[in-house]
Ligand binder design. Structure first.
Ligand code: ATP
Ligand code: MG
Length: 424
């Protein structure tokens, strides 16, 4: 078996036994987005590399070392998208969606980052995200947070906490950056390699270092808090009042910075302790400068993305995880001659009972082996069509999840009986 081709490291399959939970999670999130009046936008997975360099930032981890970039056959540098915001902004500008409009959009799909694969961290992962354009007030920030709270709540996830911060204006961050770099440069030898590297390119990112020594060192560092401009402060206070009024619990984490350059003012994360170090299930914030940076007319914006793998992992471990999808009815067919009648009957059932899943046994086999498969399929009922049944216009009906005996009924009564059994 040495020449079996395996999947690419960090690119995982979602197997049939897992897709039930995936569809449940996606369905709940889509339902919430619909109810808040957000419109779906579908975006390509491939964009020009420059789009990400210009938006996420040249010296971020993502752009520096995590993108799947390559020259296509025309020699253009393209990248698999590492996140969804940049492409969404690009599309909005390109299609004029921001002219006199304040779109509230959502998207879903695969993202790609060449990171070290581990629990909760893949190279192809999936997000559902939303972006809102054209609104400056804290009311939309609050709505975004309320919507993500509802999503987590409707997924039955309790142990997820909200952290908030404000990053202020670009100017405030630049001033703070200078002070932070001065402080940390004087203590450079106490920083790990990662933080030393970030000191030049992306010093703010040191604030969310997982290294306890670095965190201790930061206790004495200048605080971003003290550099926030008055307008951003007012915006943040307004947001906090709105969240308080809606009974949203949160902690302000003055070291929450996010790893993408485009964020300013509000940033937030929903975090769980149940997934080890990869505990952020949702992250977002304001990016009022990005639209202009990508070439559009200055337009305020805010958005977030949820990591689906992490949500699925949380839902899977919850006690009442949704079961794998199963058919309702398994059609057992005895004898070659009955195949055609069984196929026709199954079609009739599907037409009459669109809510009932009918799985057709194909390929023959003994009664015993067909029933074993019926049992394993998870179906509630087996229908049995053999020579006797066909000859007498009847069908066998055997409950699979109780010890009840098989009964034979007239084929003409089948739709009615199944309706009673499955409701509707
Ligand atoms: P993290 O701090 O976990 O690296 P991030 O700041 O890189 O997250 P974002 O770019 O904001 O994350 O993406 C939003 C969400 O997407 C994350 O909170 C997480 O749930 C998910 N996510 C990000 N990177 C990965 C990955 N490599 N594998 C799986 N999920 C991911
Ligand atoms: Mg990351």
């Amino acid at each position: 078996m040495s020449n079996v081709i395996q999947s690419v490291r960090g690119f995982s399959d979602v197997l049939p036994e897992q897709t039930g939970v995936w569809r449940h999670v996606e369905g709940v999130l889509r339902g919430v987005l619909d109810r808040y009046g957000y419109s779906e936008i579908r975006l390509p997975v491939l964009e020009k590399t420059e789009l990400f360099a210009r938006s996420i930032g040249e010296v971020t981890d993502i752009v520096e070392k995590e993108m799947y970039s390559f020259d296509d056959r025309n020699g253009d540098s393209l990248s698999l998208r590492p996140e969804g915001t940049a492409g969404c902004v690009r599309a909005c500008i390109e299609h004029g969606l921001l002219h006199n409009q304040q779109p509230r959009l959502w998207y879903q799909g695969a993202m790609f980052r060449h990171e070290r694969p581990q629990k909760g961290r893949l190279r192809q992962f999936h997000q559902i995200g939303a972006e809102v354009f054209g609104l400056t007030g804290a009311d939309i920030d609050a709505e975004i947070i309320l919507m993500t709270r509802r999503m987590l709540h409707e997924l039955g996830l309790q142990d997820v906490r909200l952290e908030l911060n404000t990053l202020g204006t670009a100017e405030a961050r630049a001033n703070y950056r200078e002070a932070l770099v001065a402080y940390l440069s004087a203590r450079r030898d106490q920083l790990d390699d990662d933080s030393q590297r970030r000191l030049e390119g992306n010093p703010l990112r040191i604030l969310d270092s997982k290294n306890p020594e670095t965190q201790r060192l930061l206790d004495g560092a200048p605080r971003l808090d003290d550099y926030i401009d008055a307008n951003s402060r007012e915006h943040f206070d307004d947001l906090r009042r709105l969240l308080d009024a809606a009974d949203v619990e949160y902690t302000v984490n003055p070291r929450l910075v996010r790893g993408l350059d485009y964020y300013g003012r509000t940033v937030f994360e929903w975090i769980t302790d149940r997934l080890g170090a990869q505990g952020t299930v949702c992250a977002g914030g304001r990016y009022d400068a990005l639209v202009e940076q990508i070439g559009g007319k200055a337009t305020p914006a805010i958005g977030f993305a949820l990591g689906l793998e992490r949500l699925v992992a949380l839902v899977e471990e919850a006690a009442d995880a949704p079961p794998a999808l199963a058919p309702d009815v398994y059609m057992v067919v005895m004898g070659e001659a009955q195949r055609s009648a069984a196929l026709v009957l199954a079609e009739r059932l599907r037409a009459a009972l669109p809510g009932v899943g009918v799985f057709m046994h194909c390929g023959g086999g003994s009664f015993k082996s067909q029933f074993r498969r019926a049992d394993r399929s998870g179906a509630q009922l087996a229908l049995v069509l053999g020579e006797t049944e066909l000859a007498s216009d009847t069908i066998g009906l055997k409950p699979l999840r109780s010890g009840s005996e098989q009964v034979n009924i007239a084929q003409g009564d089948l739709v009615k009986t199944l309706k009673e059994h499955f409701g509707g």
